[in-house]
Design a protein around this ligand. Sequence first.
Ligand code: 5GP
Length: 113
Amino acid sequence: MSDTLFTKIINRQIPAEIVYEDDLCFAIKDINPQAPVHLLLIPKKPIDMLAHAGEEDQALLGHMMLAVGKITRELKIDSAFRLAVNNGADAGQSVFHLHMHILAGRPFHWPPG
Ligand code: 5GP
């Protein structure tokens, strides 16, 4: 299987602004930001979508949720941010390598559109 866009980014084959990296995941600035802060937190393991994560990914997914806390505290946006995962094309997913959108810096409405 060929590398995903995000695998190419973490392998430094495609440029991106990487704002966080550890052994299991990394965060980049979204190329088309939908808020003053718009990051994508991505596992290095190329799971195509959340629904296809398995029991073996339990620690990885927990690790990523804690990374969200770490990143948002460091950026001082931890008092208000939105975390979103688009799962499947009909939900707006366009890159089929699991990622969490971290959005902050403006008011967010509910329900999301
Ligand atoms: P999705 O629509 O799959 O939930 O989110 C994919 C996100 O990746 C979109 O918000 C899109 O703007 C972002 N994106 C697509 N291509 C690139 C790229 O080459 N670099 C960066 N930094 N973000 C990208």
